[in-house]
Design a protein around this ligand. Structure first.
Ligand SMILES: [Cu+2]
Length: 437
């Protein structure tokens, strides 16, 4: 009897606490704060090559309108394709709001297929989570759905289609969703950049990316652009810089490496990393379906490369099923082939580095497989590559051009006098010492 009543009491308490939690949840979703304003309540992020989703306030709610549609997108000068995105952009415009804001999204589907929008990493009611068939009926072509929730967290989050994910994400239907904290946290950041990573398969000359690709991606992008189409990140010396990286590539994680600095990884899409757990890094791995945020003080002026460290991810439209020609001596092979193909040239015997310089003609609507031009010649990286430009003096954040290295701070051809002084015989063999000694 005693035992049974004990269970009864415990059961009642459990029920009461469950009800309290449910009430708390609904209370939280009701108890939104006045809509925060850019400049006054938060410092807006910078989206290189990108755009932001406009909004208006209606009765204390921030109202947005996303239109899912086909978009002609330029990946780099000379390379366009028909992709799927939002509001005429690939990827979709960045959404920017503040913790405590009540937000309402109208989503109009102008695609030829049903779609949904999933709010990746956001804490919200299950029915707003956007998984087609699970949380809602998919939005048919021509329909407009409404999503509404209160932002209960801050951070670097994302949005993407969650219906026929393989096709729709591969064609570009992703975007960043930045939620600023209501109360500023940590040291003030001067430049706050947001970049979305992606990978595509687009055959030279093709009009549409191939969503069936699983391994052979040939176009790697930052905010939808492949170098040399990527805009630089421009910063003044001494500024505190934040870079937010999101990855909704179909298949690959991207180790993003920044030259010239050590940074700390401060946040994931799961929240803020405690200060004691922030390791110094020069490369941050951004897994598929995640965001990573890094911070550092830009105290060293210059042009600093920032790129994915997977070497195939800093190439442009390159087929990977080619013969290994390293070290091959073609002899008079070229001459013989030219009788049939007048422009034939065997390439690749010493690698790919010369290919950008050669100015080989490329098929219409394609870009050369390697990089662009820098201040000192060809840059043998393309794809997921950009430049952090740090300058002592800036009139604006427009591209300041290439950095002029101060005299004595740049690698140059070794002078004869230096070689003499240091006893370097360029024809000698300096060898190597025993690694165990
Ligand atoms: Cu990569």
């Amino acid at each position: 009897m005693l035992v049974a009543s004990g269970i009864g009491v415990a059961g009642g308490a459990l029920l009461a606490s469950r009800e309290a939690r449910a009430e708390e949840r609904s209370h939280v979703s009701q108890r939104h704060q006045p809509p925060a304003r850019p400049g006054r309540d938060y410092q807006p992020v910078v989206v290189p090559n990108g755009s932001k989703l406009p909004w208006k306030v209606v009765d204390g709610v921030k109202v947005f309108h996303l239109v899912a549609e086909e978009v002609e997108h330029e990946f780099a000068p000379g390379l366009k394709a028909l992709c799927w995105g939002y509001n005429g952009r690939v990827h979709g415009p960045l959404i920017e709001a503040v913790e405590g804001d009540r937000v309402r999204f109208y989503v109009t589907n102008r695609l030829p297929a049903p779609t949904t929008v999933h709010w990746h990493g956001l804490l919200l009611p299950s029915g707003m989570d956007g998984v087609g068939g699970l949380n809602q009926r998919a939005i048919n072509p021509g329909e407009t759905f409404k999503y509404e929730f209160t932002l209960r967290q801050s951070g670097t989050l994302m949005y993407h289609s969650h219906h026929d994910e393989m096709t729709q994400i591969a064609l570009g239907m992703t975007g960043l969703f930045i939620v600023h904290p209501r109360q500023p946290r940590g040291p003030r950041v001067d430049r706050d950049f947001a970049l979305m990573l992606h990978e595509w398969k687009l055959e030279p000359g093709a009009r549409r990316p191939d969503p069936n690709a699983m391994n052979d991606f040939n176009l790697l992008t930052l905010n939808g652009k492949a170098f040399p189409g990527t805009a630089p990140l421009v910063v003044k010396t001494g500024q505190r810089v934040r870079i937010r990286l999101g990855n909704l590539s179909p298949m690959d994680h991207h180790p993003i490496h920044l030259h010239g600095y050590q940074f700390r990884i401060t946040e994931t899409d799961g929240g803020v990393i405690p200060e004691s757990a922030r390791q110094p890094e020069t490369t941050v791995l951004v897994p598929v379906g995640s965001t990573r945020t890094v911070e550092f003080v830009a105290d060293e002026p210059g042009d600093w490369a920032m790129h994915c460290h997977m070497t195939h991810h800093v190439m442009n439209q390159m087929g990977h099923g080619m013969a290994n020609l390293i070290g091959v001596k073609p002899g008079n092979f070229d001459e013989k082939v030219r009788q049939l193909l007048p422009n034939y040239m065997t390439m690749g015997q010493a690698g790919m580095g010369d290919m950008e310089e050669m100015g080989m003609p490329v098929p219409a609507n394609s870009i050369p497989m390697v990089g662009g031009h820098g201040r000192y010649g060809g840059i043998t990286m393309g794809g997921m590559f950009t430049v952090l430009k740090v300058r002592d003096r800036l009139d604006s954040y427009a591209d300041p051009g290439w950095y002029e290295n101060p005299a004595g701070t740049q690698a140059l051809t070794a002078a004869e006098a230096d070689l003499m002084r240091d006893g370097i015989d360029v024809h000698g063999n300096p060898g190597a010492t025993d690694g165990n000694a």
